[in-house]
Design a protein around this ligand. Structure first.
Ligand code: DI6
Ligand code: FE
Length: 404
């Protein structure tokens, strides 16, 4: 029997969904214990195998409750000002998302409001969205820029994203999304804007950035334009991710694969060649059912192809004001099952293990095993599948971030 020695905290009588691959469904341990030291898990396993020498400063009996890894929302546009409820009206009257964008609304309207807001205002407007996610057990969140679209405003958004990590007990991973939409001062000159992104904006933001994202789409940028941005990202040593094949097939999946992207996101219109390329590159497919639902899309992502090619699937909220004003990751799990036909286990893996991988954090988070951050959710449910099954119900009993 192994030895643990002194630990800060020991949780006992837990039903643990470790979310590790290869064992029982959900990596389930029926009657388990978890020990943490210095914010990391040092031991997790069945109570019967708990080393006798464990000496814990604090022991917590969970009374048989379910424990999962802390949830990871690996795709959000959390920091923005204002809302787009007027566009919601227009869409319900029949206008499409693309028509609204082409008429100067859409992302561009949020850019105007976001440029006008200072950091304190953005922080104040963003915290309720973050708190809603945290209340459901999110312990790691990815946050993109992309509503500034000039050097100073993109940096402002990234600084607010970093501030959020200081204000709350949550891990924030940032993505630079300068190539999200064409700012109106560059109307008709997309290549000039990409020049600015490559020469000035991205290098200036790099110190605040964990990865580089982009939007390859008819209302976004071409794959050739994003290739230039990704080439700069590579030179700066930054990993990439991409909004790919969301509204049409534009070659985003192939581009993501070409650069060994951490993730390719949305993918509703991806074809088999794109999926096979993602598989070869080891890129995670991030599915965003909130955007599919809110835009009333009908083209389903190619889930069967992703399974057949063994592409890891993650699920996220895409929380943003235009296509997915969703601040519930549990609802995203339910939607991934009801709309995309993921199994509850696939959905939960998608918000834990595969989400960690999509952020390049597979060694730190996403499963309950020794060495990882001690980020845990304790739930008042019997079965892990219930987390994806119920709608509009939050059974979180407690949330532990870095062992606390
Ligand atoms: N795809 C999306 O769904 C979001 N961004 C993107 O590239 C939408 C952002 C918005 O409409 O504000
Ligand atoms: Fe998005």
């Amino acid at each position: 029997m192994s030895s643990i020695g002194r630990v800060d905290r020991l949780w006992r009588q837990a039903r643990i969904a470790t979310m590790m691959a290869g064992g029982a469904p959900f990596g389930l341990i029926a009657d388990g214990a978890i020990a943490a030291r210095d914010g990391r898990i040092v031991w997790a396993g069945p109570m019967a195998a708990l080393p006798r020498d464990v000496d814990s400063a604090e022991t917590i009996d969970l009374g048989g409750r379910l424990v999962t890894p802390g949830l990871i929302d690996c795709h959000t546009h959390l920091v923005f000002a204002g809302d787009r409820s007027r566009e919601f009206d227009l869409r319900l009257e029949g206008a499409s998302y693309v028509e609204i964008a082409r008429a100067g609304g859409g992302i561009a309207s949020t850019v105007l409001l976001t440029r006008a807001a200072d950091e304190a205002t953005l922080l104040r407007e963003t915290l309720p969205r973050l708190d809603a996610l945290i209340a459901e057990g999110v312990t790691t969140i990815e946050i993109k820029s992309g509503y500034g679209l000039d050097g100073d405003n993109e940096i402002k958004l990234l600084r607010v994203a970093r501030r959020l990590a200081a204000e709350r007990s949550v891990t924030v991973s940032t993505s630079f999304l300068g190539a999200h939409a064409l700012p109106r001062e560059f109307a008709g000159r997309p290549d000039d804007y990409i020049d600015l992104v490559c020469r000035d904006m991205l290098p200036a933001a790099a110190a605040l950035v964990d990865a580089v994202d982009g939007f390859v789409e008819r209302i976004g940028f071409t794959a050739a334009q994003l290739r230039r941005v990704f080439t700069v990202a590579r030179a700066l040593g930054l990993p990439v991710r991409l909004h790919a094949e969301q509204l049409s097939l534009c070659g985003g999946a192939a581009l993501a694969a070409e650069f060994g992207a951490l993730s390719a996101d949305h993918l509703e219109h991806a074809d088999e060649a794109g999926v096979a390329a993602l598989a070869r590159a080891g890129t995670v497919a991030v599915l965003l059912p909130g955007a599919y639902y809110f835009l009333r899309e009908t083209q389903l992502p190619p889930v069967e192809l992703l399974r057949r090619h063994a592409v890891p699937i993650a699920v996220a909220t895409d929380c943003n004001p235009g296509s997915s004003p969703l601040s519930s990751l549990l609802l995203a799990l339910n939607m991934a099952c009801t709309l995309f036909r993921l199994t509850p286990e696939e959905a939960l893996v998608g918000a834990t293990r595969h989400a960690a991988r999509a952020l390049g954090l597979a060694a730190e988070a996403g499963t309950i095993e020794p060495g990882k951050w001690c980020d845990l959710c304790v739930w008042d449910v019997e079965q892990p599948a219930q987390l994806a099954y119920r709608i509009g119900f939050n059974p979180l009993e407690r949330r532990i971030w870095r062992g606390q």
